[in-house]
Design a protein around this ligand. Structure first.
Ligand code: GBH
Length: 497
């Protein structure tokens, strides 16, 4: 019997024995995430170096909606004990945090390791482990040392060496206790969105040359850090390493736009997944061709997306132990019409695809301008990824939604229910091997250019209180019950199905 008929049968007979199986497999891992710049504060504590986000928020406070910055944020630099307590209250099996590169290496280089930076992460990691919570560590969540930005940052091919030197320090200091590593969070944002929008850090516009140099350098940096772990640390520590991609699910507006939707998927996901996870490696062929054609018309005599050598293709291919997926939202996509202008979000430099994105009117909006709710998108994305890259292990490393302030966040619970139900369907009906899920985010924090006004937290943080008091929302209660039972309670969304 297919699912549709099961649902129909349930509705007609009102029997409960035929309701879908809402239990996650035993051993399924539950976590929540944050990122260093968004929560830590302590921006100049001790010998910490300046990051690109420190620079942007201090020199251009007007670029952040509510004129706030991450100088103090949730003050997790001082309040990390409370963060661990919250992780424990929720019953998390892992906590995904990121290391601030300039906190650990103030100059950006390993000539000097900050004693206080090292202690901070040791305390956090040890404190989590004492409570039975695994640290799941991201090396790079957007806070590049400004010193390296001054040398070109992610557009300088040497960044791969700088990054691997930093990774070596982190693996050496923390690798005995950290089993899950993410090298880089969301290349799509670091390269395509940063250099095509000029509104994130570093605020540099270079949608053609800069964005594409960055794409190759990020992939190479990831591969080097993976290879280093594989060769020198895995034999002792047996951990897992991957990179976290940002996913927007693209639906064609009309059937005629199917090919364009596929190209958009390759542009946003395939660009950073095909080189690593596909059997053949290298850039996605259709994307490489489309970009090649577009930029040669713009007068470039060499490919704007730097080609990989055969040696590089082989070096990068297979540099993963699992697939890490961040996903929030979806878009309809169609060809641009005569005279239409392009926005940098969510396609990067959309002009190169001559594409426009839209919201389906059935997808509800959120406080974040870029964010529409479309639960089926995550299932379709998982199925697409399995089709492209095979039956590999998937971990959802970010998913969640923003709301206004307030403790009774039924919208957030609703979102979690609907997205988790689709993840379960992907697992049970489509056979996608998802082994873990991460709520974004543990607590309200500094939401980049949206500042403190957009709340994504399971815990509310009082930013007017010097103690940054954290209070659980209704969703925290929902999430801890889910973890306890390992079973999704559909609650109010039952009626909508
Ligand atoms: C993730 O990014 C991040 O990993 C996390 O740090 C963040 O807090 C969370 O999602 C929620 O946003 O300036 O035009 O690009 C998701 C990608 C990046 C999407 C910032 C929205 C702002 C619009 N987000 N972007 S634009």
């Amino acid at each position: 019997m297919n699912r549709k008929s099961i649902v129909v049968l349930c509705t007609v007979l009102a029997v409960t024995s035929c309701v879908e199986d809402l239990t996650f497999p035993p051993g399924f891992l539950w976590g929540a995430a944050t990122a260093a710049y968004q929560v830590e504060g302590g921006w100049n504590a001790s010998d910490k170096g300046e990051s690109v986000w420190d620079r942007l928020s201090h020199e251009h406070p007007e670029m952040i909606t509510d004129l706030t910055n991450g100088d103090v944020a949730c003050d997790s630099y001082h309040l990390w004990r409370r963060d661990i307590e919250m992780a424990k209250e929720l019953g998390l099996q892992f906590y995904r945090l990121s290391i601030s590169w300039p906190r650990l290496l103030p100059s950006g280089f390993p000539n000097h390791i900050s004693e206080d930076g090292k202690n901070y992460y040791n305390n956090l990691i040890d404190g989590l482990l004492e409570k039975g919570i695994e640290p799941f560590v991201t090396l790079y969540h957007w806070d590049l040392p400004q010193s390296l930005q001054d040398l070109g940052g992610w557009t300088n091919p040497l960044v791969a060496d700088w990054f691997v030197d930093y990774a070596r320090v982190a693996y050496t200091l923390f690798g005995d206790r950290v089993r899950w590593w993410i090298t880089i969070n969301e290349p799509l944002i670091i390269c395509d969105v940063v250099y095509s929008s000029g509104i994130l850090a570093p605020p540099i516009m270079s949608p053609e040359v800069g964005a594409h140099l960055c794409s190759k350098n990020v992939v190479m940096a990831h591969a080097k850090a993976y290879r280093l772990y594989d060769e020198e640390f895995r034999p002792k520590y047996h951990g897992k390493v991957s990179l976290a991609n940002h996913h927007i699910w693209f639906e064609p507006l009309s059937p005629a736009d199917a090919e364009l939707a596929e190209l958009a998927r390759e542009n946003c996901v395939g660009k950073y997944a095909h080189p690593i996870y596909s059997k053949v490696g290298g850039w996605p062929p259709a994307l490489e061709k489309a970009l090649g054609d577009y930029y040669s018309k713009q007068g470039y005599s060499k490919p704007i997306l730097p080609p990989f050598t055969q040696k590089e293709i082989e070096y990068v291919r297979g540099t993963f132990d699992f697939y890490a997926l961040n996903q929030y939202t979806s878009r309809l996509i169609r060809p641009a019409r005569e005279g239409e202008t392009f926005e940098p979000w969510p396609l990067g430099d959309a002009i190169q695809l001559n594409a426009k994105t839209e919201r389906d009117e059935s997808w509800s909006t959120t406080l974040s301008f870029w964010f529409f709710v479309h639960p089926e998108g995550i299932r379709r994305q998982l199925v697409w990824l399995k089709q492209q890259y095979g039956d590999i292990e998937f971990v959802v490393t970010e998913n969640g939604r923003s709301t206004q302030a307030g403790l009774d966040d039924q919208d957030r619970i609703d979102y979690y229910r609907k997205y988790l139900r689709q993840i379960l369907l992907a697992m049970k009906e489509d056979g996608v091997n998802v082994t873990g899920y991460t709520a974004w985010t543990l607590m309200d924090n500094f939401e980049w250019m949206d500042g403190l006004s957009n709340k994504f937290g399971l815990y509310e943080v009082d930013f007017n209180d010097p103690l940054r008091t954290r209070t659980p929302r209704a969703s925290a209660n929902f999430y801890s019950n889910l973890i306890k039972t390992n079973t999704l309670d559909l609650g109010t969304i039952q009626d909508e199905l």
